[in-house]
Design a protein around this ligand. Structure first.
Ligand code: IMP
Length: 181
């Protein structure tokens, strides 16, 4: 089994690239079916979601007309949440009257999604749904942050790879690795 050491922590491979690709395609198929008569705007949450988003949008049905835009928020340092969301790159695109799909790498406490949904609704989006590559259901603290389209559920351990970082590093790993305590 492949493993990675980062800042004194040992991570072991948990999902292979093939498993991740399957999860992502299943999400893309659901979104393609639900949005076939719409023109969704994907709001991709930087930095982590860019890897998932790149595969997701290419997995959509070719007849889906969609747009993508980015937002960058920050609430994490190392492996701990600070609980405070900062808008580092604000939204560049008009979301009024748009069917928005927020794209996240992982939903943990749900704070990021809870605040982003309120932000986008406040800007007049006609609908706001959420897709995430991974979801930690045991850690969810905000009911309205439960994702609509989930690649896979994960237990509470910290994970890296495929866009998920440890202090900014390891997003480039093609598999997803779980920390071993
Ligand atoms: P939330 O606001 O608590 O739901 O946290 C969401 C954000 O925390 C994600 O977009 C990630 O950047 C980060 N995060 C949460 N859990 C992990 C993890 O296991 N690995 C890497 N990043 C994580």
């Amino acid at each position: 089994m492949r493993s990675i050491d980062e800042q004194g922590y040992h991570f072991e491979e948990w999902l292979t690239p093939a498993q991740i690709a399957k999860d992502v395609q299943q999400v893309a198929d659901q979104i393609s079916a639900d949005y076939k008569d719409k023109e969704p705007l994907f709001v991709i949450v930087l930095n982590g979601a860019f890897v998932f988003a790149a595969d997701l949008i290419r997995g959509l049905d070719k007849d889906i007309r969609c747009e993508e835009t980015f937002i960058r928020v920050s609430s994490y340092y190392g492996m701990q949440t600070t609980g405070q969301l900062q808008f580092i790159v604000p939204l560049q695109q008009v979301v009024e009257n748009r069917d928005v799909i927020i794209v996240e790498d992982i939903v943990d406490t749900g704070l990021t999604i809870h605040q982003l949904k309120a932000h986008l609704r406040g800007l007049g989006a006609s609908s706001v749904r959420v897709t995430t590559m991974l979801f930690k259901p045991n850690k969810l603290e905000y009911d309205d942050a439960k994702p609509d389209y989930i690649g896979r559920e994960v237990t509470d351990e910290f994970v890296i790879g495929c866009g998920l970082d440890f202090d900014g590093f390891r997003r480039n790993l093609d598999a997803i690795y779980k920390v071993k305590e």
